[in-house]
Design a protein. Structure first.
Length: 293
């Protein structure tokens, strides 16, 4: 679908649909303004970008959403190397608060959709329909509001308020502990930061924030450290083949594992096995700083 942006100002006395759009951003496009509408709901379809609101900065990628609320000052722009494509709708109306009262949306700045979420395709279909519809046609207007109500229903289904309340009921230190425990139990399997975010119904950025503040490492760093520590123990204390150890600690192939192990410890797995105890201790505790956020 080509870029599209339209001010609609459709109102049925219950809800209003103010604007809708879809745009592939150029690297120099920056949005910096005070929000006039009740809510403008964005979804990142492709690429990356940055969103700042209430002195908080978020780095967003595909399947993330960011929410603009009335009277907020917002600042958002695309990543210079991988500029985002985003779609959005601006919504208002006398009863919008009622329709969002069972959703997390009024309480958060950003959300991350599940991989299986139907909302993203539903949003794209809605915007495509709006780009082709006639605002003066009664049937088109009926379908417009039908699709809008269903979209709100889907958002309430995916982001219920109970998830937000359950998350907020846990203190940040306790939530950080739960996240670390989850990583510890699952580091040997193929999982990502998105899986962590979905497990605790929080954004990827919040997962990153908690890990950095409470453990001094990004989630990726924690996963890598756990994997490398277990791998070094298995290399020292077992006769398992390198490919078996790679699989045990969560790597799909021995090549990727060996490359990471050498980057981490300075030795390949085979070389590591031939080191003296003194050399092993040095490799384990005096290694180069290589982990990247």
């Amino acid at each position: 679908m080509n870029s599209y942006w339209k001010h609609l100002f459709l109102d049925n006395g219950d809800l209003s649909l103010i604007e809708a759009g879809l745009q592939k951003y150029e690297t120099n496009q920056i949005n910096n303004y005070k929000v006039k509408h009740d809510i403008v709901f964005h979804i990142v379809l492709e690429g990356k970008g940055h969103y700042t609101v209430n002195d908080k900065n978020y780095e967003l990628t595909a399947s993330d959403s960011f929410i603009l609320k009335k009277n907020q000052h917002v600042y958002y722009y695309p990543d210079k190397d991988d500029p985002w494509t985003i779609c959005w709708i601006g919504i208002g109306g006398d009863h919008l608060d009622t329709y969002l009262s069972n959703s997390m949306i009024p309480n958060v700045d950003v959300l991350t959709f599940k991989d299986s979420s139907p909302v993203i395709e539903e949003m794209k279909r809605f915007i495509y329909f709006l780009s082709e519809s006639d605002p003066n046609d009664l049937q088109d207007n009926l379908k417009t509001f039908s699709m809008l109500y269903h979209l709100l229903y889907s958002l309430n289904e995916e982001f219920p308020l109970t998830n937000y309340q359950n998350t907020k009921a846990i203190s940040e230190p306790r939530l950080a502990e739960k996240i670390y425990s989850y990583i510890y139990k699952n580091f040997h399997s193929a999982f990502t930061v998105v899986d962590i975010a979905e497990e605790f119904n929080i954004s990827r950025n919040y997962v990153f924030k908690l890990c950095k503040e409470h453990y001094g490492q990004s989630p990726k760093q924690i996963i890598q450290e756990l994997r490398m520590n277990q791998a070094s123990q298995l290399l020292r204390g077992s006769n398992s083949q390198v490919k078996e150890i790679a699989s045990t600690v969560g790597y799909r192939d021995a090549f990727s594992f060996s490359k990471m192990f050498k980057e981490y410890y300075g030795y390949s797995p085979t070389q590591f096995r031939n080191l003296t105890e003194e050399e092993i201790d040095k490799a384990l505790f005096i290694r180069e700083e290589f982990l990247k956020v």
